[in-house]
Design a protein. Structure first.
Lengths: 251, 256
């Protein structure tokens, strides 16, 4: 077997009974991504802090505003990075082209001719070809999120574990998988080569590429899981700040 | 009536046609092609359907069963118990007669893809890790179901702008070959039109050979095009190095 197979590879044939109408999937995508964008706008435009004691919301980290002493719309200086990263991600591209552009709404179920289609050849969509730069920036943010995750275990009275610490840790882990299963990263570490053994160091780039390829088969899963964890982490901290809930310390 | 299937088969030619109803007795393990053969032998001897191997290997029998692009010989009837089975020709290609379409456009595209040009005389001495990737692409049986499905060709009439997923596989197969010396990146970016693909993966969903067309061929090729034509830093470095974008740079490999 040449490359890892997708675990969801269609098993051909069995159960052809169409379980749901073609528009269900794109509409679900539209609703989830739509609500997420609205929530993010609310979070970014109407809040100035994402810090609750030793917890920092992923929307507000790193605190770029703090570095420069700017204290208006703190999240705005950093939230655009993950937004750009996800917007240009090959997986999300598939999802929003299907969900929002209806290009195509369903693979063959509906034919919707649109003569002016230009794919990703024209700006602004051609911008997606620079996904790797969004990846570089997202990597920097990820390092800070790991720092936050570690700090979330150190309370005023020393080491401890709260629900918030666990949420931030899980978030950092899921984002790590998402970031390192990226198609652009897969290209960087070895995909761009035509020959792995020709430079005399057969193992490094091949092994890396092979590992990333394995993670990459689940890229869509990491994409959704990390979206959910970022959301959960932010919401949890927002509710703590608002005093709606209280952090539960496990020990 | 579980011992019988109702089929609606599209009959006609380039000037038009309609679905015609047939009833076919059910048999254990039968595939759609069996049902069509029953119709040919017993009900409508002039029914046109292209097939050859009946083993999902030759790629001749592509059509659309209940709207899904499929190989007729690999699609079992027992999944449609209680349903009407509609069989129509592939939508993207011009109709010749009934279920037979004219797929010759694909062969024209094939001629535009430069073949493997080895940097050293065969036989090659290659490592398995270097050919892992391209072996997946060798599984293609040229059924053109991916071409039929791709919305660039199917809905946007992009035949003059995009070679289609099958030929992205073909280009990837040569382009990633350790012994190949041709540079097809300019072809991909221009005539090949890889930018027309919006990575929506419908081709991957229909491929009967389970080739991960989008993830393993198209996206890696898009990244190569990005290296050459979009990445400002790489473009700058290449210009500083005195190389032009569209001039093919012969790849040099140590031949082992
Ligand atoms: S992924 Fe690209 S090539 Fe495949 S069907 Fe979609 S647009 Fe066409
Ligand atoms: S890539 Fe798959 S769907 Fe496309 S022609 Fe080859 S076997 Fe058929
Ligand atoms: S492809 Fe999804 S993050 Fe790069
Ligand atoms: S008859 Fe050969 S693939 Fe179906």
């Amino acid at each position: 077997m040449a490359q890892p197979l997708e675990p969801t590879a269609r098993s051909d044939g069995h159960n052809a009974a169409k379980s749901k109408p073609y528009w269900v999937e794109p509409v679900i995508t539209m609703v989830i991504l739509g609500v997420w964008v609205l929530y993010s706008l609310w979070e970014v435009l109407f809040h100035n802090t994402g810090t609750y004691h030793n917890y920092v919301s992923p929307y507000f980290s790193p605190g770029v505003g703090d570095w420069f002493g700017w204290h208006v719309l703190d999240a705005l200086y950093v939230a655009w990075v993950p937004l750009l990263f996800r917007f240009s991600c090959y997986y999300y591209r598939k999802e929003y082209y299907r969900g929002f552009f209806w290009d195509p709404p369903a693979c063959y179920a509906v034919d919707k001719p649109r003569p002016r289609y230009s794919g990703e050849t024209k700006w602004p969509l051609a911008f997606n070809n620079l996904h790797r730069y969004a990846w570089y920036l997202a990597l920097i943010v990820l390092i800070f999120l790991w720092k936050d995750a570690v700090e979330a275990f150190f309370f005023k009275n020393g080491f401890g574990v709260g629900v918030g610490s666990l949420i931030l840790l899980v978030n950092a882990i899921l984002l790590t998988f998402y970031t390192f299963s990226c198609h652009a990263f897969r290209h960087m570490v070895g995909g761009k080569k035509d020959c792995y053994s020709c430079d005399g160091k057969p193992t490094t780039s091949y092994k890396l590429w092979n590992r990333v390829s394995q993670w990459n088969t689940l890229h869509g899963t990491w994409a959704w899981a990390s979206l959910a964890s970022v959301w959960a982490a932010d919401l949890y901290i927002r509710l703590l700040i608002m005093g709606v809930i209280h952090d539960v310390r496990l020990f | 009536m579980s011992d019988e299937f109702k089929l609606m088969v599209w009959r006609g030619d380039a000037s038009g046609g309609a679905e015609v109803e047939y009833h076919v007795p059910a048999e254990t393990g039968m595939v759609v092609l069996d049902a069509l053969h029953y119709i040919e032998h017993n009900l409508a001897p002039d029914l046109a359907v292209r097939w050859n191997c009946k083993a999902a290997h030759c790629g001749s029998c592509s059509a659309e069963v209940n709207g899904e692009p499929k190989l007729l010989c690999k699609t079992r009837m027992d999944q449609y118990v209680g349903q009407t089975v509609t069989v129509r020709p592939m939508k993207t290609f011009p109709i010749i007669k009934d279920l037979v379409t004219d797929v010759s456009w694909n062969y024209k595209v094939a001629k535009e893809v430069p073949l493997l040009a080895p940097t050293a005389p065969a036989p090659f001495n290659m490592q398995q890790i270097d050919v892992d990737r391209i072996q997946e692409f060798h599984r293609c049986i040229e059924c053109f179901l991916c071409q039929d499905t791709c919305h660039v060709l199917r809905d946007h009439a992009g035949q003059n702008k995009y070679f289609g997923p099958r030929y992205m596989i073909k280009i990837a197969e040569f382009e990633m070959h350790p012994m190949d010396g041709v540079d097809r990146v300019p072809l991909l970016a221009h005539e090949g039109g890889v930018g027309m693909c919006n990575v929506t993966k419908c081709c991957t969903e229909v491929c009967p050979q389970h080739i991960r067309i989008t993830d393993n061929a198209i996206i890696p090729l898009k990244e190569r095009v990005a290296d050459r034509y979009y990445d400002p830093i790489k473009i700058l470095l290449r210009r500083l190095g005195g190389k032009k974008d569209d001039v093919s740079e012969p790849k040099t490999h140590a031949v082992t």
